[in-house]
Write a protein that binds this ligand. Sequence first.
Ligand code: R5P
Length: 326
Amino acid sequence: MTGIITQGEKRLVLVSGRAHPQLAADVAQELDIELLPTTAYDFANGEIYVRFAESVRGTDAFVLQSHTSPINEWLMEQLLMVDALKRGSAKRITVVAPFFPYARQDKKHRGREPISARLVADLFRTAGADRLLSVDLHAAQTMGFFDGPVDHLWAMSILTDYVRTRVDLEAAAVVSPDAGRIRVAEQWAAKLGGVPLAFVHKTRDITRPNEAVANRVVGEVEGRTAILVDDLIDTGGTIAEAVKVVLEAGASDVIVAATHGVLSDPAARRLTESGAREVIVTDTLPISADKQFPQLTVLPIAPLLARAIREIFDDGSVTSLFDGVA
Ligand code: R5P
């Protein structure tokens, strides 16, 4: 055989932006590795500098960033890290974005709007990303915006395993806070063993972001614990309104489960006062002290991310992590 043959050992490296150091540490611990030592800081004018302290040549590099506020800075930092890996001759670069930034703007509602989720996917690709890894995209078809493999993880099992311990499923109903997420709620209902399904019929004024007007519950919730499920809670308006409507419809109790706790102000206050017994999210995003409230439970996402990273590195199967879910 012509050429030079090497042993071809692969090297996985995990690098992280500055947005959510605890999540990065947790993922590294799950993988039983150290984070790649990295320097990152801001210049006086707000520009960002990054540099890896070790060679990344030939590595299978995973670039973790949590897109919390200030989201544009953390997105830019991650793009710079991808660029630095590309120019440092990493062999393969996977963007790990547990909460995909700008995912909610995935279509034009009206003329002259951007499709921001597509732009972000293009930015990752242009910077040099070969693959994407994310959790509970706002719309699964956003995978198609990235021209390369996308591993789309589901946090549903993490949330349902916990919910089982908190609710009598014989007297529960899974409720979608809007008609658009009924498919996900259906999957929840099936996963919880055929729990009845309902949804809140909601109208939204597209000229007023973060403001929803909930109307009425379609489906049976009377005398049941309503399990309200959503992909994300931002200002808490959608969920607080949905809690109110299901309680008015006769639900005996409400718990809320969402993958991403964005929890922008005034979410903590709204959710505290909403009447929900418990609000469960994962830590795809950091939850600072001012975002916390007594009913909040935060479940770790690091084990799922680490298992997926390991499968990707080993050329194993990410789908196998979810066998029996869909
Ligand atoms: C809507 O389509 C999403 O799934 C969430 O329900 C919404 O973005 C949450 O936003 P907020 O908490 O500000 O109502």
